[in-house]
Design a protein around this ligand. Structure first.
Ligand code: F6P
Length: 335
């Protein structure tokens, strides 16, 4: 039986979202389904602002960052009226399945929608797409690998100038309230210090500052630069404040850089393209199988595609591996 599948991308865009759109579209068309895309996240669903997705419309998009469907946060989805309107759009447009590519906020939208658009009306599927990698039920979210690569290559460049001036450099990376990006990037760059939620108590920042100063002093006797990777939203006053605190020490010459949204842009890594493609195919396969009865996320865990109840995913945390944090700390202690 022919079906109509709708896709939207929501929340912070992530490299690889286009690969997922392409994969869903091509898989759906191959099954003889119709495919449409809503623009601007849930806003386009509420406003019924959409386009028809064809093989032509998804040609040459897998290598592009951003999302051809645009993305947005949608305050209306926090209201009963907005969610009702979204469900009404799905009914009016005779949508059989909605696939949302986004992070936890986007998945909360799916849960809300579920109250008004039950499984006998259609299927709701979420694909994990955020650079933060903060969703349970998957090893990596779409966009995480690219963000780590982008930040790594930026910090490699910063290292050159830090070495030349023999200075301390603080580089602030994204991740909202977790340190997946900070730890991966810090390790891949050989940072002398990683300051993140998992290894720093923000209420104890004076002690951390003292440790840092001691480590910098020791390190600078060996070679010039000292790279600190700092998770955003961790340090009171951010990297600017940390820089000022370090520069209060006469012998320290610290500089800082907030990498910001460059971590969200750029061509997706091969890893993100492949992950997004696999998840897109799996989403259409799940729709064909007709087994999805509650809002469901499809992720990849240890090489296996896994379907998880979104309600459960939203209850769970995905901390950076404590073993990893511990190992890194012992490495740092060697400085
Ligand atoms: O969730 C993705 C993310 O890039 C976070 O890492 C960051 O904290 C946030 O979005 C920034 O959001 P905005 O683009 O709305 O400032």
């Amino acid at each position: 039986m022919s079906k109509k599948i709708a896709i939207l991308t929501s929340g912070g865009d992530a490299p690889g979202m286009n690969s997922a759109i392409r994969s869903v579209t091509l898989s759906a068309l191959r099954c003889g389904f119709e495919c449409i895309g809503f623009y601007h996240g849930y806003n386009g669903l509420i406003e019924q602002e959409f386009c028809s997705l064809s093989a032509h419309s998804v040609t040459d998009i897998t290598q592009q960052g951003g999302t051809i469907l645009k993305s947005a946060r949608c305050p209306a989805m926090h209201t009963e009226e907005g969610v009702q309107q979204a469900a009404n759009s799905l009914r009016k447009l005779h949508v059989d399945a909605l696939i949302v590519i986004g992070g936890d906020g986007s998945f909360r939208g799916l849960e809300a929608l579920w109250q008004h658009w039950q499984h006998w009306q259609g299927t709701l599927i979420g694909l994990p797409g955020t650079i933060d990698n903060d969703l349970a039920g998957c090893d990596n979210t779409i966009g995480f690998s690219t963000a780590v690569n982008t930040a790594t290559s930026a910090i490699d460049k910063i290292r050159d100038t830090a070495n030349a001036f023999e200075r301390v450099f603080i580089t602030e990376v994204m991740g909202r309230h977790n340190g997946h990006i900070a730890f991966h990037v810090g390790i891949s760059c050989g940072a002398e210090a990683i300051l993140s939620f998992e290894n720093c108590d923000p209420n104890n920042h004076q002690a951390i500052e003292a440790q840092l100063i001691a480590a910098i002093t020791k390190q600078q006797q060996k070679h010039g630069s000292f790279m600190i990777v700092l998770a955003e939203n961790l340090w009171p006053g951010g990297s600017q404040a940390l820089k000022a605190q370090l520069n209060n020490q006469t012998e320290i010459n610290a500089a800082m850089c907030v990498l910001g949204h460059i971590q969200r842009g750029g061509a997706p890594s091969a890893e993100d393209r492949i992950l997004a493609t696999e998840l897109g195919i799996a989403a259409v396969e799940a729709i064909v199988a007709g087994t999805v009865t509650t809002p469901t996320m499809i992720g990849k865990v240890q090489g296996q595609l896994l379907q998880s109840d979104i309600a459960e995913i939203l209850q769970q945390q995905k901390p950076v591996s404590p073993q990893w944090v511990k190992r890194y700390q012992s490495y740092l202690a060697e400085l």
